[in-house]
Design a binder for this molecule. Structure first.
Ligand code: FAD
Ligand code: MLT
Ligand code: ZN
Length: 469
């Protein structure tokens, strides 16, 4: 029997797509890479995933798992061979259980992040993972990329939010690790191998996640700041004043906000001429009045000491949402502006100012007039240090001529300052050839050994994260 016939028998003909417009599965979110799948297979449950894996292994066919296809490193689309099975987890979107006493929720991998947030909220609790793509990314994708987002400062990356996983292995066996335990020292922590593996070690089919009490009040401020050094100092001051109540600290340079103004003009941005803006969030378990007082004190001190040149405090939930919407629209506005070079880097917070000063300067020498879309999660030392063509240079010419030298320059600088070339988006296919230049060789060797051990036939997402000879 052919593989397609086997998959049709397992899933039903309507869940094995081969014809029609498959671009939603084959084109990456940034529209930079397009592959071609043998078919798109959409299982309904874990048993079907296991059967699909066994069939693909028997036919020596590789599998690319996909959730919401919002990944930014071209890791969730098939290659150009037309020989890979694209395994979409989107039909597997059940909320399986909420345990309010254990503060945990168990969900299938294809659950959209926003649906998990809403389910937690209906139970009076909080699932804190929060990304601009939360309306379409899935928890399986979040786990597989160890996604970060805007609440990492207080709650950690997706890895810190996961208690247990269910995974289909490369032999088609089901590892049932959906434990809600917060303590379990019975050997190697297997779940942490699959988190951040970008679909190269197994298919995540379900997860048990941590929930938190909802804060009583959440307050949001938008602060105008004259330079990045002051943004860093204000972060230090915010840590000191707010402690664990500081839940978000985002920075945006003026050019990144000007793109939002240009492409999404209904999103009016406060202080559009400020060189930098900070979006700061405080979550409090006491009262709204207590939180307001604390934030007002912090902002007036910042203004008095010259760290902030202006500031507003959102006085309603709607206004707070508006401010977050501006921040989260930068990615879309940048995509609307055209193709660009994305650098998702992390550095010790203490080195960020010097990194940006010297890298901005070196890039200006390499590409006179280059435009920098610089924003990110400063509280986590994570910048989206994106590089865009000079105003009058077509993006295609810029990428063809400068993508490699710009990346080399930026990554050398990242290395010099002790940072990472991927803070939260992962490696995918975009950085798979770059990683060996910047990763510790022993770490890379161990990563290859783990890959070969868990997936000896290289069935899962080959040529992503690590290349196997
Ligand atoms: P996909 O894109 O479908 O897949 C991502 C990777 O995971 C691929 O390698 C895929 O093979 C693998 N995978 C997917 N599902 C499974 C599974 N069930 N089992 C095994 N492997 C699987 N990222 C951040 O970290 N922080 C942000 O703040 C952030 N903001 C974003 C804002 C926008 C507007 C956009 C478009 C993207 C943003 N991202 C961000 C990137 C992206 O949304 C995340 O990487 C997200 O976690 C991907 O989820 P997904 O379901 O779309 O995964
Ligand atoms: C963000 O922080 O908005 C995301 O990581 C997306 C991006 O880098 O564009
Ligand atoms: Zn980000």
């Amino acid at each position: 029997m052919s593989l397609i016939s086997e998959l049709q028998t397992i899933l039903g003909t309507s869940h094995v797509l081969m014809k029609g417009d498959l671009s939603a599965f084959e084109l990456d979110w940034r529209k930079r890479s397009k592959g071609r799948a043998l078919c798109v297979a959409s299982p309904a449950n874990t048993q079907e995933v296991a059967q699909v894996v066994k069939a693909c292994v028997a036919h020596k066919t590789s599998i690319v798992p996909q959730g919401g296809n919002t990944g930014l490193v071209a890791g969730s689309i098939p290659d150009e061979s037309g020989q890979q099975v694209l395994l979409s987890l989107k039909r597997m979107r059940a909320i399986q259980a909420i345990d309010t006493a254990n503060l945990s929720i168990t969900v299938q991998a294809g659950c959209v992040l926003q649906e998990i947030q809403e389910a937690a909220s209906h139970a009076g609790l909080l699932f804190p993972l929060s990304l601009g793509s939360e309306g379409s990314c899935t928890i399986g994708g979040n786990l597989s990329t160890n996604a970060g987002g805007t609440q990492v400062l207080r709650y950690g990356n997706t890895r810190e939010l996961c208690l247990g996983l269910e995974v289909v292995s490369a032999s088609g066996e089901i590892y049932s690790g959906l434990s809600g335990l917060r303590k379990d020292n019975t050997g190697y922590d297997l779940k942490n191998l699959f988190i951040g593996a970008e679909g190269t070690l197994g298919i995540i089919t379900a997860a048990t996640l941590k929930l938190y009490p909802k804060p009583l009040s959440t307050l949001t401020a938008w602060v105008a700041v004259d330079d990045l050094e002051r943004c860093v100092s204000l972060l230090t001051q915010s840590h000191q004043a707010l402690g664990a109540q500081l839940t978000g600290y985002e920075v945006m340079n003026q050019f990144s906000l000007s793109l939002v103004g240009k492409h999404i003009p209904q999103l009016a941005c406060p202080f559009p001429n400020s060189p930098w803006c900070v979006l700061l969030e405080l979550s409090d378990s006491e009262s709204q009045a207590h939180a307001s007082q604390q934030l007002e004190n912090l902002l007036s001190q910042a203004m008095e000491s010259g760290l902030a040149s202006n500031a507003i405090l959102a006085d309603s939930l709607q206004k707070a949402k508006h401010l977050w919407h501006i921040r989260e629209s930068i990615t879309m506005a940048q995509a609307m502006e055209g193709l660009n070079i994305k650098n998702d880097i992390s550095l010790p917070v203490s080195s960020i100012t010097e990194f940006v000063r010297t890298t901005d300067h070196a890039l200006g020498q390499l590409v006179p007039g280059v435009q920098l879309v610089n924003f990110g999660h400063l509280g986590d030392g994570n910048l989206h240090y994106n590089v865009q063509s000079p105003a009058h240079m077509p993006a295609s010419v810029f990428l063809e001529t400068f993508e490699d030298p710009v990346n080399t320059l930026v990554y050398q600088q990242v290395k010099h300052f002790g940072g990472s070339i991927s803070a939260e988006h992962g490696i995918g296919s975009l950085k798979v050839l770059t990683l060996p230049h910047y990763k510790d060789p022993i770490a890379l060797k161990m990563m290859r050994q783990i890959k070969v051990c868990l997936d000896p036939l290289n069935t899962f997402n080959p040529n992503r994260v690590v290349m196997i000879d």
